[in-house]
Structures are given as C-alpha cells and as structure tokens.
Design a protein around this ligand. Structure first.
Ligand SMILES: *[C@@H]1O[C@H](CO)[C@@H](O)[C@H](O)[C@H]1NC(C)=O
Ligand SMILES: [Ca+2]
Length: 328
C-alpha cells in the first residue's frame, strides 16, 4: 500500500527531473562555424590546414596540433585565416598541456581574439600591445610576490593597443579577472570555453573529464569589435611543456532581442569597464539567470513542492486508514 504511493511519487519526481533540463535548453540554437573551427580528422595537404596558418615550432599530427614541444626556448602559433563577423560566439577549445616537468614547467599559452594575426612577439609567442582579447593560460608563476594566486592560472586581458603585458607580474595588473585552474598533465581531454555574448565575457573550463563546464569568471561590459582573428600561441623558455591544441569549435550564438543586426560593430575599440583591482581576489559570483530561466526554475521548484505536498497528504491518509483498520 505504501509502495503504491511511493511509486506514483517517484514517477512524478523522475518526470520533473527530465523536464527541467529540456526546459532549460529549449531555446538555444547554436551553429558551428567551420571557417573558424579546427576538428579531427584534420584535412589538408601535408602541413597545410584549411582556415588555419602556422608560425614557429607548430607541427600537425593526425591527433593534435602541437604549438610547442616539451623543449626549451620554443615558440609557435596557429591563426585563423578568416576574420570573425559574428557578434555573439562561443569558442570551445580542446587542449592538452603536458610534459616531463613535475614541479617546473612553462610557460603556458594564450587564446587570442585580436586585430593582428601572424605576428610573433613576447606575449606567449605573440605580439605585445595587441588590440583585442587575450585569454592567458599561464602555467609558470614569474613572481610570487605580485599576486596571491597559485599557478596554473587563467586570466583575461583586453587591450586597445596601449597596454603592455607584464610577464614579471604574470599580467596581474592588466587582467580583467582570473581563476586558478589545474589544467596540466591529465590523461583525459581538457576543454576551455570562451563565450562572448551581449558584451559579456564568460570563461569556463572542463578539466576533470566529467563533461561539465565550470565557470572560471564572468565579466560584463566588455566591448570587442567584429572582424578580429582567433588564434592560439605558446612559448617555452628555460622551462617547457607540450602545448597541444586538439580541436577548436566556434559556435555562432543567436542575436539577442535587444541587439540590432544592422549595427556596425567593426569600428569598436576594445575596452572593459571594470578592471580587477591588482592583488585583490574577487569573490565568486553566481551567474545571473535570465528571466526565462528564473521563471522555469521557479516553476520546477513549484512542481517539486506540489509533488512533495501531494505525496505527504496521500501518505498521511493511507496511514490514517490503516490505523482505522487496525482499530476495528
Ligand atoms: C586605451 O586604453 C587605455 C588604458 O585602458 C586608456 O587610457 C585609453 O584611453 C584607451 N584609448 C582609447 C583610444 O580608447
Ligand atoms: Ca607567467
């Protein structure tokens, strides 16, 4: 008798568990853009890949694009050949940073969305005083006193061409935000997602092989123009690592209702309203939910509450009934 009730409640509960994610996903329509992506099998003749150019130590194998090998003083890069004309995008990169070094390894790599491509330089193998966005995956701490975070560390920098990336301070004085992230020497695949949508930058990682994104940071009021180039570059110095890119997938995200599709975004000067105060840790902020999401979640919670109450009443009535039966 009790199990009948239990069955009914379990079914409703399981059903609502299935419905929730469907509701949360229902209005996402993302398109992969081949001309900004790099996926296996890498098709091209010899060292050439469609849509991507190389620099320096970069080599292509059938399983990865190795930007630097685990050897000292190497530097390489890959650069997308097509400028990005999409306003809202999600760049997902499958990468692998690995090497012999247990405690000493470096230097790291950068994922770029910048004006100038194919320009070797001192910022992890690419140009300093760049124009655009750098997502720095820094494995080596150059200066322990300059900040109070551990390495490896992921940070974002926006530049209009006037700022210098200061290696001695691991870029802390120019970063927008950052998070500690142990992304080295895993056997499973590791991923980073960079979302630029509604002038908001969200960087997330999937490092634990659980197929789930974990937010690293989110910064609002970031302005980036269209027409810049995606790229990735890496360097080794006295310390080294293999810096491998396995895949790059660029998803075009839908325009928001508030966004005008005819707006010319090509002349925007890269800027960010908020700069993280140097040497200060920002608190973890919960991602703000959209109106629709909040509504759906409230509905979901309401359904659960109703199920719990109904089940409780049914269980109580059954108990009363049984008690009465026992009395007679
Ligand atoms: C470029 O950035 C610097 C530093 O953030 C700022 O002081 C300067 O006004 C910016 N220049 C333009 C043209 O936006
Ligand atoms: Ca560093």
């Amino acid at each position: 008798m009790f199990s009948e009730n239990y069955d009914c409640c379990t079914k409703i509960f399981l059903l609502s568990l299935f419905i929730a994610p469907i509701l949360a996903e229902w209005n996402t329509q993302d398109y992969i853009r081949r001309e900004h992506s790099l996926t296996k099998p890498y098709q091209g003749s010899g060292m050439a890949l469609p849509y991507w150019d190389f620099l320096g130590s970069t080599i292509v194998t059938s399983n990865y694009v190795r930007i630097t090998p685990d050897l000292q003083s190497k530097s390489g890069a890959i650069w997308n050949t097509h400028p990005c004309q999409t306003r809202n995008w999600d760049l997902q990169i499958q990468f692998k940073v690995h090497g012999k070094g247990k405690d000493l390894f470096g230097d790291g790599f950068v994922i770029w969305y910048v004006k100038d491509r194919m320009q070797p330089g001192p910022v992890f193998g690419s140009k300093d005083y760049f124009s655009g966005l750098a997502i720095v995956l820094d494995t080596y701490s150059n200066h322990n006193g300059a900040h109070n975070h551990q390495h490896p560390y992921i940070s974002a920098m926006i530049n209009n061409g006037s700022l210098h990336y200061d290696h001695d301070r691991d870029g802390t004085h120019t970063q927008l935000a950052g998070c500690e992230a142990k992304f080295r020497n895993y056997n499973h695949d590791t991923y980073i997602s960079i979302i630029y949508k509604d002038d908001t930058l969200i960087v997330s990682t999937d490092l634990e092989g659980k197929n789930a994104w974990k937010e690293c940071f989110k910064v609002e009021n970031v302005l980036l123009p269209t027409g810049y180039y995606f790229g990735a570059s890496a360097t080794t110095g006295d310390l080294s690592d293999n810096h491998d890119i396995v895949a790059i997938k660029m998803y075009e995200l839908d325009l928001l209702e508030s966004q005008n599709k005819d707006e010319d975004r090509s002349k925007i000067i890269p800027s960010a309203v908020t700069f993280e105060a140097p040497r200060e840790r920002i608190e973890d902020t919960k991602p703000a939910m959209s109106g629709v999401k909040t509504f759906l979640w409230m509905m979901f919670v309401a359904i659960i509450l109703i199920v719990v109450v109904v089940c409780g009443i049914m269980w109580y009535q059954k108990r009363q009934e049984n008690a009465r039966k026992r009395l007679y």
